[in-house]
Design a protein around this ligand. Structure first.
Ligand SMILES: Nc1ccn([C@@H]2O[C@H](COP(=O)(O)OP(=O)(O)OP(=O)(O)O)[C@@H](O)[C@H]2O)c(=O)n1
Ligand SMILES: C[C@](O)(CO)[C@H](O)COP(=O)(O)O
Length: 254
């Protein structure tokens, strides 16, 4: 008698972790505490960012990368904000650049994680739908995914004038082909780890993680970003973030 074939073993679900670089000083925001520790609606920016990521069902672990001299303070700050215990939240020390901080966060991930979302603490209001869309695109097979929006302004390429004088324009890229990139950026873990190993150790700086993956020759794809995933960089961004949060609280939309 022919034995009944056993059902194929379903593939093991892949663990998704978020790395949140939060070790920056926030120089462009002006004097004060490190940016991630400043408050928005009375709650630290970092706590908003962590909540935004753990709200995503697939994210099982969050690694917060704190200023090197502030790991204990960040740990107790997170502990005091009643975050759900169903999701693990680790805190590790960051480095001198965003790139260093992400690399240190990646090094803290357990072996079973194979999808990584890298999310700026400085983008505390990212909607969960954006996080889910990025994670889903990686799960669907894309090695690297970035959320992004079309630009409202025309962009000029210039020759920078270090002294602050007039800068000659050398080109106007076609705006319809440009996107402003946000976070979380999602990656297959092996791809992101290789980028940080090879590209970062070449001494090549990158303002985002996807930029390093592109230099490996790996395809990066864009999914729609969200206006409320903007980065708090300058004082006016804080004014906008307070207004968005107030509107959410008034309408109970999170
Ligand atoms: N050494 C660094 C520098 C930046 N970041 C993080 O990277 C994100 C994006 O960086 P940015 O908005 O430039 O933050 P800052 O470096 O703090 O800003 P600034 O350049 O104005 O000092 C932030 O969440 C920031 O905390 C980090 O983890 N480690
Ligand atoms: C990663 C990023 O948020 C994508 O837009 C951005 O590149 C970070 O840049 P920053 O100069 O470190 O703020």
């Amino acid at each position: 008698m022919t034995p009944t074939p056993l059902p194929a073993t379903p593939p093991a679900p892949r663990a998704v972790a978020a790395v949140i670089p939060a070790a920056g000083r926030g120089v462009r925001l002006g004097p004060g505490a490190p940016k991630a520790l400043r408050t928005l609606g009375g709650i630290p920016i970092l706590v908003h960012a962590v909540r935004a990521l753990i709200r995503a069902r697939e994210v099982s672990l969050v690694v917060v990368v704190a200023p090197a001299d502030g790991v204990a303070a960040v740990r107790s700050l997170l502990d005091s904000h009643g975050l759900p215990e169903s999701k693990e939240i680790a805190v590790v020390a960051g480095g001198d650049t965003r790139q260093d901080s992400v690399r240190l966060g990646l090094a803290a991930l357990p072996d079973d994680v194979d999808v990584v979302l890298v999310h700026d603490a400085a983008r505390p209001l990212v909607p969960v739908e954006t996080v889910d869309a990025v994670a889903a695109a990686v799960r669907a097979g894309a090695p690297a995914v970035v959320p992004a929006l079309p630009l409202a302004d025309t962009v000029k390429e210039v020759v920078p004038a270090p002294g602050g004088g007039p800068e000659p324009v050398v080109g106007t890229p076609e705006r319809a082909r440009l996107r402003a990139v946000q976070t979380p950026q999602g990656f297959r873990r092996d791809v992101l780890a290789e980028a940080h190993e090879k590209i970062a150790s070449n001494g090549e700086g990158a303002t985002d993680d996807a930029g390093m993956v592109e230099r490996l020759g790996v395809e990066v794809v864009v999914v729609p970003g969200h206006e409320e995933a903007f980065k708090i960089t300058r004082p006016l961004d804080l004014v906008l973030a307070e207004a968005v949060l107030a509107r959410r609280r008034a309408t109970d939309v999170f």
